[in-house]
Design a protein. Structure first.
Length: 275
């Protein structure tokens, strides 16, 4: 799709993934700065984003990130819960810094703060939710790359990637594609070989659903163990008595008698250990 390098063109599989994750679906609201990226409007009022622009901006963002020598100078932020797992995985595979959750005010401007950082490049998941980071980046001249929806304001955003930044699958897919392209440009993975990391790792997971699945797996495991124990135990007929177990054991002591034997010699004068 790009006119520069054919290697950066999107494949049919990439476009199919973007459509399946609904990356092209915006909102019913449209700001003037995002009109250039909208190609149509559905009857229900949802604006449709041009995936050609999305892919070109995604490749441009990857080239900008790769141009930074030290990956630790890049900071990716997501205050939206759907993007917190994605930024964590993005940071894990690219080596960048990440902030999952609310950004502490003054993280870029207050030098006496404990969590003070000085990134050279900032990546935000939603300009509306991450407005604090964008505002502080304007004070210290940090360039910003943002995933912008049709109703996102582009103030202090230097590189806007038009996309759906509200869906958990859309956010995960975009970060997965950006991570894959960065690793390809760095030479970590080859373009001829599919990336072995699944996109499911970048998707948001509800903690309650995870706990519920773990409980169901534990219950199934307990049921399987109980069934295996029941199959190993001997079957008893209804009304039959269990097999009698005897504990008769002869204990031969120094007195020469056995327990329960009235004829045994249990002399009190006999000492234990006497020869």
């Amino acid at each position: 799709m790009s006119k520069g390098c054919p290697a950066l063109d999107a494949t049919e599989d990439d476009i199919r993934k973007l459509l399946a994750c609904k990356v092209h679906l915006g909102t019913k609201n449209l700001v003037k700065s995002m009109e250039r990226y909208v190609t149509a409007r559905r009857p229900d009022g949802i604006h449709v984003i041009d995936l050609h622009c999305t892919w070109q901006k995604l490749m441009l963002a990857a080239r900008v990130i790769v141009a930074v020598e030290n990956p630790q100078d890049v900071c990716v932020i997501s205050a939206r819960p759907y993007g917190q797992r994605a930024v964590l995985k993005f940071s894990q595979y690219t080596g960048t810094q990440y902030v999952a959750g609310r950004l502490t005010p003054g993280s870029f401007t207050n030098q006496i703060q404990e969590k003070f950082i000085q990134p050279r490049l900032l990546i935000v998941t939603d300009p509306r939710m991450d407005h604090q980071a964008i505002t502080e980046s304007g004070f210290v001249n940090i360039p910003v790359i943002g995933f912008c929806d049709t109703d996102s304001q582009l103030n202090y955003v230097d590189l806007a990637i038009p996309c759906n930044n509200r869906g958990k699958t859309a956010i995960g897919m975009l970060y997965w594609l950006l991570t894959r392209e960065i690793l390809r440009m760095r030479g970590t993975i080859a373009r001829s070989v599919p990336w072995d990391i699944k996109v499911d790792l970048f998707f948001y997971r509800d903690p309650e659903d995870v706990l519920k699945r773990e409980e169901e797996a534990a219950q199934q495991q307990a049921a399987a163990q109980q069934a295996a124990y029941g199959a190993a135990a001997p079957a008893l007929e209804f009304g039959s008595a269990p097999p009698a177990q005897t504990f008769d054991k002869t204990i031969e002591g120094a007195a020469g008698g056995t327990w329960g034997d009235d004829g045994g010699n249990w002399d009190a004068n006999q000492q234990w250990g006497a020869e």
